[in-house]
Design a protein around this ligand. Structure first.
Ligand SMILES: Cc1cc2nc3c(=O)[nH]c(=O)nc-3n(C[C@H](O)[C@H](O)[C@H](O)COP(=O)(O)OP(=O)(O)OC[C@H]3O[C@@H](n4cnc5c(N)ncnc54)[C@H](O)[C@@H]3O)c2cc1C
Length: 410
């Protein structure tokens, strides 16, 4: 049997790895449109900062070790689920018995739909090499970054640490979708202390890249034109689904999947950033584009490829900022009753609905995150010990209590 995996990011790699770990001997063909061994995007910052190839997280010999027929630089341009074939950009047609769509996502902004030449990004290794190449060649001493979401902040910090003068255009606040206003303000002050200049009120919908044919500057909301050696877009995510057009595979924001991560074709699965799954708590369809979801979905789909009949438990919203110097962890929603404590550079917030934790934001001190997440995932009634949730050492107490009562399991 031939399993064809389109994509070699964390999702595609985990599908192959899970199959092999379970002793599956199928022929595995894996495609990546990029000219690299499989890599992990979250490790790219570390790679560009230190030069250590940590982004090749499974080792550059991953395909040989796992007996995967790996085709790098092989872009899928069409899928025919009736004929069970995938067509590549060079015209080759590859037949499959099972297909896994793991093509991830790319940068997107409603108004900046097609980015001009001269606008760089950090969404893929291909894009990051181009961007950082300009810095290492000494061609970029200043950068203007449009967007202050998670990736925008990561790239701003990286460029600053490489000695680039960075200005970041911020919508209303930093990491607006992930952080509450108070936490966001702490992050903003921290990045400004790093020497990054910020300009608020300038989201991707309010700015335009100017210059023809090459972008040379950005016109901001006020009408002013701001220029820099390096123009960087760090806007939203759009799943890579264009090559599925006309295939009959159902898509909306991403590829629509059922609770077994199957598409409307029985032999076709979708996992990772390309898959529109559902939120574990709200049940809403969503693309929570984070590493742990990609890996969990890939494992689930691989088990179903093996015929195990495993249902996906739903995606989580969870993120942490690693390179800020100020630990920040954001999990779940920001609605309902807010419990909050702030002291000496530490801000800890829990959000509760009907005495169940639905989310938390920890800044400066992220201890206890595992316990909060466990309570949240198990929807434990925290009413009886609500007053203790934000006390120092709460996590430790709960570990003992958990052992005693077996109330919940991490
Ligand atoms: C800079 C950065 C930092 C991040 N940091 C974090 C973090 O700290 N924590 C976290 O949880 N998440 C983080 N993320 C998000 C995380 O990287 C993604 O959720 C994860 O990579 C998704 O994995 P994936 O395999 O679905 O997609 P991707 O990693 O995007 O991989 C997609 C693969 O598909 C290939 N491909 C695309 N189209 C085609 C095609 N037509 N034909 C063939 N191949 C194709 C690509 O070449 C690539 O190999 C970060 C992302 C970035 C960019």
């Amino acid at each position: 049997m031939r399993i064809l995996i389109i994509g070699a990011g964390p999702a595609g790699v985990t599908v192959a790895e899970t199959l092999r770990l379970q002793g599956d001997q199928s022929e595995i063909v894996m495609l990546s449109s990029e000219p690299f061994p499989p890599y992990s995007p979250p490790a790219m910052v570390e790679y560009f900062r230190t030069g250590r190839p940590v982004h090749f997280w499974k080792g550059e010999d991953f395909p040989e070790r796992l007996h995967v027929d790996y085709r790098q630089g092989a872009e899928a341009v069409a899928v025919d689920p009736e004929a069970q074939t995938v067509c590549l950009v060079d015209g080759e047609t590859i037949p499959y018995d099972r297909l896994v769509l793991a093509s991830g996502g790319r940068l997107y902004a409603a108004r900046l739909e097609e980015f001009k030449p001269g606008v760089y990004n950090f969404k893929s290794l291909t894009a990051a090499e181009e961007l950082l190449g300009r810095v290492t060649r000494g061609e970029a001493r200043s950068a203007l970054i449009v967007g202050a979401g998670f990736i925008g902040v990561e790239i701003a910090l990286l460029l600053r640490r490489l000695g680039v003068e960075v200005t970041q255009l911020v919508r209303s606040r930093v990491m607006r979708e992930m952080l509450d206003p108070e936490t966001s303000e702490m992050v903003l002050h921290t990045i400004e202390r790093e020497g990054i200049k910020t300009q608020r009120g300038n989201d991707a919908d309010a700015v335009a890249f100017v210059g023809e044919p090459q972008a040379e500057a950005v016109e901001v909301r006020s009408g002013d034109v701001v220029s820099a050696d390096l123009l960087v877009a760090a806007t939203g995510l759009r799943p890579n689904i264009e090559f599925l057009e006309g295939s009959g595979i159902e898509t909306d924001w991403g590829v629509l999947v059922d609770d077994h991560l199957g598409t409307n074709y029985p032999n076709v699965y979708a996992v990772g950033d390309v898959a529109e799954t559902f939120d574990r708590f709200t049940g809403e369809r969503y693309v929570h584009a984070i590493f742990p979801n990609a890996v969990a979905q890939a494992q689930c789909a691989a088990h179903n490829l093996l015929g195990w009949d495993v249902a996906y438990e739903g995606a989580e919203s969870m993120n942490s900022l690693k390179h800020l110097g100020l630990p920040v962890m954001a999990v779940g929603r920001m609605e309902g009753e807010e419990l909050r404590v702030r002291r000496n550079g530490v801000l800890r917030k829990l959000y509760l609905q009907d005495d169940r934790i639905v989310g938390f934001r920890l800044t400066g001190d992220v201890s206890g995150a595992g316990i909060y997440r466990s309570l949240m995932n198990k929807q434990v009634d925290v009413g009886p010990f609500k007053h203790r949730l934000l006390q120092r050492g709460f996590g430790m107490g709960m570990i003992e209590e958990r052992a005693r009562t077996s109330l919940f399991v991490v």
